[in-house]
Design a protein around this ligand. Structure first.
Ligand code: NIG
Ligand code: FE
Length: 420
């Protein structure tokens, strides 16, 4: 038996999240099976978790002078956070629109006036690849400090072939240059670019399907589309997702963010891995989705977005969970609707505004978030064989996690068995 390479020991509590069913994400009642080990350890062998348990069961024969030991006395150890919905790569920022928003202009009004997403598209097209990469690395560094160990990154601010491919390339390059794992998603269908204003949404998605998707094979596992007034109507979104599915891509959708257009149900029926935003998704529709998909489609809820957009309508997360729909939580980090990387704050707001319990919030940003990006087999919980991505928190008990509003509780971050 090889000695362990890293052992995190004497933790007041080890939250494993490994007790639930492994064949599908956790829905509400399953959370009763989540596991907290008092006075516990986590042992790593290379980049994988080798063992998790109470200190009394730590095998001294597997500890050698080369084993790195981290003392977690009085602290919580938990899986690294999984950030399952971000728009990581963009040029510029939208601070200039913040005051417009505070004066009462809505998100869609600003977009219709040529601002919003379109203003970031102009800044992104004008930015050099080096600039975009440096910005992405800067943001990844911020995410890592918050304990994010895997992060999904969408394109969507290029809206032409070359810039969209560049954004996916930059996301991948950023993933190679620092420890946080980056999972790219193609969101070329974010809004209709000015060049297709006359031709319309269907002509634009035809262009993407014809000219862009074939070059994305192996570069991005998922495609996404923004189904909303002022973006893509339901029937165009359905057509796009059907065609992309035939080409072998996994499916995601931004839907029911500002109106109930039926995008979530449509995408779930096509086998979408996640349906994101859902602020206007009704509990009845959520129940139908849960029934139809048997827990395979995860609703990704983004509580900082309605907060930042001053929209007092939050997804009814409590009802979704009670109706059996698995939920994940994410920031939606982007320059327009959520310029925050603080996923811990999102957990707190999910408890305060969406009816999550603290346990559900934590599961939603770890194991269920891993499901939402197709990575549940290798991250999201502390289980032997999974990647050794874990956090030591400056907290004495798991119960404190969503309580310290806006604080970053992270002391140590381990990614792939390395302290980072
Ligand atoms: O997820 N809603 C659509 N897209 C992003 C926002 C993008 C932006 O405003 O720049 C979102 O909220
Ligand atoms: Fe988004």
């Amino acid at each position: 038996m090889f000695p362990y390479t890293l052992v995190i020991q004497h933790a007041a509590q080890v939250l494993t999240l490994a007790g639930g069913p492994t064949a599908r994400p956790l829905a509400g009642p399953d959370l009763s099976s989540w596991t907290i080990i008092e006075n516990g350890y986590v042992a790593c062998q290379g980049d994988k978790i080798a063992a998790v348990g109470p200190m009394a069961e730590l095998d001294p024969a597997r500890i050698s002078p080369e084993t790195r030991l981290i003392d977690a006395t009085g602290r919580v150890v938990m899986p690294g956070l999984v950030e399952c919905h971000t728009h990581l790569v963009f040029g510029g920022n939208r601070a200039h629109e913040f005051e417009r928003k505070l004066r009462g202009e809505s998100y869609l009004d600003i977009l219709a006036s040529g601002g919003g997403i379109l203003s970031t598209v102009r800044a992104t097209r004008a930015a050099s690849e080096q600039e975009l990469l440096e910005n992405a690395l800067h943001h990844l560094e911020g995410f890592r400090r918050y304990g994010i160990t895997t992060l999904e990154a969408k394109s969507g601010y290029g809206l032409d072939r070359d810039t969209e491919l560049r954004l996916v390339g930059v996301a991948r390059a950023a993933g190679r240059r620092q420890p946080v794992r980056v999972v790219p998603t193609f969101l070329g269908a974010h809004v209709v670019p000015p060049e297709f204003k006359e031709a319309g949404p269907r002509a634009y998605v035809d262009f993407i399907l014809r000219e862009v998707l074939s070059d994305l094979k192996g570069e991005a596992a998922f495609v996404d589309i923004f189904c909303e007034q002022g973006a893509f109507p339901l029937e165009v979104a359905r057509y796009f997702l059907e065609q992309a599915h035939k080409m072998g891509f996994g499916l995601k959708i931004h839907a029911e963010q500002l109106h109930d257009l039926g995008g979530c149900e449509m995408a779930a029926a096509l086998g979408a891995t996640s349906i994101d935003h859902c602020d206007y998704l009704t509990p009845a529709a959520a129940a139908r989705i849960a029934q139809q998909t048997q827990g395979q489609t995860v609703a990704v809820l983004l509580p900082l977005v309605p907060l930042f957009l001053r929209q007092e309508k939050y997804a009814p997360g409590r009802e979704f969970i009670d109706n059996g729909l698995p939920v994940a939580l994410s920031t939606d980090f982007n320059p327009g609707s959520c310029p925050s990387k603080n996923l811990w704050l999102a957990l707190s707001v999910a408890c305060l505004k969406m009816g999550f319990t603290p346990k559900e919030a934590v599961a939603a940003a770890t194991l269920n978030a891993a499901w939402a990006i197709g990575h549940a087999a290798d991250c999201g919980s502390l289980a032997p064989g999974k990647r050794a991505d874990l956090l030591v928190l400056n907290l004495g008990s798991v119960a404190e996690i969503p309580y310290w509003l806006g604080e970053n509780p992270v002391r140590d971050v381990v990614i792939g068995g390395e302290e980072v």
